[in-house]
Design a protein around this ligand. Structure first.
Ligand SMILES: [Zn+2]
Length: 194
């Protein structure tokens, strides 16, 4: 094993992150890799990143049922769980429906479904606009007989914090997305500790 990679910890947080993008010399470069190379990179992220002591390791997989989620599930082994994230509209729900089957086939326990980009709270009148429809995530959870973890609205603060590289957690306490995320995290934690 070579030099260990370090997770990046944004100032003032205990949230470490690592991604292939951080290892690229030029951020405009595209990564054109076949399956085996992706699998190797995932292996290195699992085995060779020095995270220190972890409470949770969250792996953000691309949508679908391809090599990446399969590699991640196999490498992390027993004790790992899946959280499925969908947007409310039917084309996205159809993808995540396949992910539910995928988890069942590989016997990866599912904690639940989150509906993301679930409406936009208008900054002018505080009414919610359902840009991508609504209820698709909850319906899917019901169909698959798995828990529905909640809805996260579209939130300009969330987009801004992503672009700035500063997590929303700990800053915008009043944001509807922040409140939704907090509730969802608490539900996930209690599901994992029960
Ligand atoms: Zn409005």
């Amino acid at each position: 094993m070579g030099k260990r990679l370090s997770g990046i910890f944004p100032a003032g947080t205990n949230l470490g992150i690592v991604s292939i993008g951080m290892l690229m010399a030029d951020h405009a470069d595209a990564i054109v890799w076949r399956g085996p190379m992706k699998t190797k990179a995932i292996q290195q992220f699992v085995d060779e990143v020095d995270w220190g002591e972890l409470d949770y390791l969250v792996v953000d997989c691309p949508p679908g049922t391809g090599d990446e989620p399969l590699s991640v599930a196999q490498m992390l082994g027993s004790g790992s769980h899946a959280i499925l994230v969908t947007t409310p509209q039917q084309v996205a729900v159809a993808d995540v429906r396949r992910s539910i089957s995928f988890c069942k086939v590989i016997q990866l326990p599912i904690i639940g479904v989150i509906e993301n980009m679930s409406g936009l709270v208008c900054p002018h009148c505080a009414k919610t606009l359902s840009l991508f429809g609504s209820g698709g995530g909850e319906q899917l959870a019901k169909e698959g007989d798995i828990p529905f973890l909640g809805r996260i609205p579209i939130d300009p603060d969330l987009m801004q914090s992503g672009d700035n590289g500063t997590p929303l957690i700990g800053q915008a306490i009043d944001s509807p997305a922040f409140k939704a995320i907090q509730t969802i995290i608490a539900t996930i934690q209690s599901s994992l500790s029960s």
